[in-house]
Design a protein around this ligand. Sequence first.
Ligand code: NAD
Length: 486
Amino acid sequence: MSTALLIDGQLVPGRGGEFATINPATEETLGYAADADADDMDRAIAAARTAFDDTDWSRDTALRVHCLRQLRDALGDEIEHLRAITVAEVGAPVSLTYGGHLQAPVDGLGYVADLAENYTWTTDLGEAAPFGKPTRRTVVREPCGVVGAVTPWNFPHQINFAKLGPALAAGNTVVLKAAPDTPWCAAEVGRIINERTDFPAGVVNVVTSADHALGAQLTEDPRVDLVSFTGSTATGRAVMVAASHTIKKVFLELGGKSAYIVLDDADLPAACTAAAAGVAMHAGQGCAFTTRLLVPRARCDEAVAAAATAMSSIGFGDPTDPKTLCGPLISARQRDRVEGYLRLALEEGGRFACGGGRPADRAQGFFIEPTVIAGLTNDARVAREEIFGPVLTVIAHDGDADAVRIANDSPYGLSGAVVGTDQARVDWVASRLRTGTINVNGGVWYSPDAPFGGYKQSGIGREMGVAGFEEYLETKLVARGISGTR
Ligand code: NAD
């Protein structure tokens, strides 16, 4: 299979030729994707600009709602094809494609279509007489214009649709620049839009490329009004700097190093088992995964043992197997990066309670054994930096206030969890965590109507929910003079 770019309503080859997409579980080349060059990106931005400026797209809410529902349904019709690609290209465990890896984000398009259909686009502020001039004031919400959406490889459908859906529902036009490791997931959406929906030409453009510079091009181009970026904090910083030259609005979803806090009245073995599963899932390649397990000091050894037992029994496996929770890492580069952190853990004085490297019996695929690190404090780099692998670091705390202190002692503030029996204590802890989402006693925060995003260096803005929709809107105040009244 090979894929095309979607530019100005046409499926076209990349001017840079093609690049390979790799199955991370087998290291085999799956096929090829169109490799866009800077001219392709330039045409995609021009098409999005024209579609925004010269068509009724931004004003025709009914058309937008229709197109988004059409897209959701067309994706549903091809869901098995998309599932196969997602498992093969991303290494996503197939069980997760029935949730956050595919089905849930596709369903989320229906949520934003409903939201746009029922949204209050104008609000009457009533009459007033500022400086003695009788005036009727109306607040109008309008789309920002051309959105440059730049996405990573770890949950490509979730992140692509969490940008495309609200940006389009709000009336923007979009250039989606997909991650070089997962071009097919995005390109197939472009094909389906082209073949099976009524989106006008230029409203959605999908660009795949092996070259990261095309992402930078989007952030610099003056024709782009808003950059919606998900990726590493380092790249987010570069996006913010580049966007500052033309004062673009930026929306950033970045890294995390979230804490799972176990209070001393919690069911410790159950909590450690849940924490281990949450980090082994998709080989730990989730920005909001709780990769620091904070446990009462007196029961730290017991917690390490429980987490290690759970991690070892989860193991790793073929992502096509419905029982697999932990598949491969996306690439040799990511596997090498995770291995570097595992070496660092030992250098910093830590020890592995299980795992610790590549599986000995697996020659092919970018696998890392689910790993539990013990013996470190929150000062270790391994406890402070995002590893993005199936690696859980267990850290001792000395009570509720100390757990809060450790959890918040991080440059990140994306997510977190707290478990305990005494509801007042649990709530006391939850209310002090400086994070955008929090799981309290097993609650699930992921949902199309629930805003997701980070405090501190985990990002700016919120994705999904009403807040995620409104990120893509400007606010205009229209003041109409009332003649003849005074
Ligand atoms: P990355 O930052 O390397 O790349 C993300 C995207 O940015 C890719 O499409 C890439 O081509 C593009 N890019 C690279 N350099 C660029 C530049 N200078 N300007 C503009 N675009 C550029 O991230 P990654 O390795 O693909 O993804 C992993 C990271 O993403 C992790 O740090 C993870 O925490 C983060 N992430 C965050 C969230 C969230 O919602 N907070 C979700 C998923 C992933």
